[in-house]
Design a protein around this ligand. Structure first.
Ligand code: SF4
Length: 393
């Protein structure tokens, strides 16, 4: 499906609302090909759309994602290229989780699927699913197929924009809305909550949307404002970002200044370095990935070469013939097979749904941290009381 493209996309809002220049500089850099994960994610979204389409039929129930018609693949268009993506069981399972969650919460309400929205001339996009329950609660859901990085609903600018856009599109009906339920559904996230919900008032939503629109206007007046931070992780130009370069110069200066030890480093300098930590490591990884990409297409980077990753030996096939062969070498069954190993508590948890049984499991487990680590004050982790941590009595 072709969708009009916006520079200030909702999905990149966390980045461009922090760093205006990321949009300006991005215009001068050739677009990178979409990653295989992004293409797979698009296929999963198409499968979800097809499944929810079933609600419009006389049966009034979603299509089962496992029943997608032959040949069991989806064609995804990226730029001028088309990719045929196979629908795997993993994809169907994830989509089913998402669809079941929607159906359970919608309680028969009319769904808007893949709805185009906008909150201003420059900020628009497509919302996965929205619906209204009991006339006054607007639900807006975003499906994430990725499993690598956990996405929060709270303060998530992407879903705020979606909700703001849906609210605007409701016209007079929006007057009745009192609360807005924002949900990120990420079925493939392992050992963590697959659904993150943030419930806010309509007033709060409107305040947040006004802030985002204001930032977009400021961006137009100040298009070369660079700000580094955690958002650099999502920046497609971080391998050529001048601000990253200046950050490196600053680090270099500090390295020289404190070559004999960090004892005299000031709190201001510590804070500045900690702020840069994520963006600099992201920058280093991006440059390495960029260089590898170029070398794979024939470029020469002096002093560097491409090598195979460490190879591990694998059995060509594990069957009876193989087993007999190992026995013929004089090995015994116990030498060939690994003994059964008890799964981790987290793995067992995924198999046991009963709350009481889970409580009993908890009594059989202990949680052991491997040590302390730095984290930002705003994170959801509990702060360690350092005195009781080291002096237990
Ligand atoms: S890397 Fe960070 S500072 Fe540089 S353009 Fe991207 S978002 Fe802005």
């Amino acid at each position: 499906m072709h969708k009009k493209h916006s520079e200030t996309t909702p999905s990149s809002a966390e980045r461009w609302t922090n760093c205006f220049a990321s949009i300006t500089i991005g215009k001068h850099i050739e677009d990178e090909a979409a990653s295989e994960y992004a293409i797979e994610g698009n296929a999963a979204h198409d499968l979800a759309e097809w499944s929810l389409d079933g609600l419009k039929t006389v049966l009034k129930k979603p299509h089962d994602p496992f029943d997608y018609p032959p040949p069991g693949s989806i064609l995804v268009t990226e730029g001028k290229k088309e990719f045929k993506i196979e629908i795997t069981d993993e994809m169907s399972t994830a989509v089913k989780f998402y669809v079941d969650y929607i159906v359970h919460n919608a309680k028969g309400a009319k769904l808007n699927v893949e709805k185009q929205i906008k909150i201003s001339e420059k900020i628009f996009g497509t919302v996965d699913v929205s619906f209204i329950v009991d006339d006054d609660c607007l639900h807006v859901y975003d499906f994430k197929y990725g499993k690598g990085i956990e996405v929060e609903a709270k303060n998530n600018k992407q879903i705020l924009i979606y909700a703001g856009g849906v609210l605007q599109s409701l016209g007079k009906k929006a007057d009745k809305i009192k609360t807005v339920k924002l949900a990120i559904v990420q079925p493939r996230i392992f050992y963590k909550k697959k659904v993150k919900v943030w419930k806010i008032t309509k007033k709060r939503l409107q305040q947040e949307i006004n802030k985002i629109i204001k930032l977009e206007k400021e961006r137009q007046k100040n298009p070369w404002l660079f700000v580094t931070g955690e958002h650099c992780r999502w920046c497609k130009v971080n391998h050529v970002c001048p601000q990253q370069y200046f950050d490196f110069l600053y680090i270099e200066k500090l390295k020289n200044k404190y070559a004999d030890g960090l004892q005299k480093i000031s709190i201001k300098e510590i804070l500045k370095v900690l702020d840069m930590k994520t963006s600099i490591s992201t920058f280093l990884n991006s440059v390495a990935a960029f260089a590898q990409n170029k070398m794979e297409s024939g470029f020469i980077v002096p002093g560097w070469k491409l090598v195979q990753k460490r190879a591990t030996r694998k059995w060509k096939q594990k069957d009876q013939k193989m087993f007999k062969f190992l026995i013929s070498l004089g090995l015994e069954e116990k030498d060939i097979y690994e003994p059964n190993k008890i799964k981790s508590p987290a793995q067992i948890y995924t198999l046991v749904k009963d709350k009481e049984a889970r409580k009993k499991i908890d009594t059989m487990t202990v949680k052991e941290s491997s040590g302390l680590r730095l984290d930002q004050e705003k994170s959801r982790k509990f702060e360690v009381d350092i005195l009781s941590h080291y002096y237990d009595d």
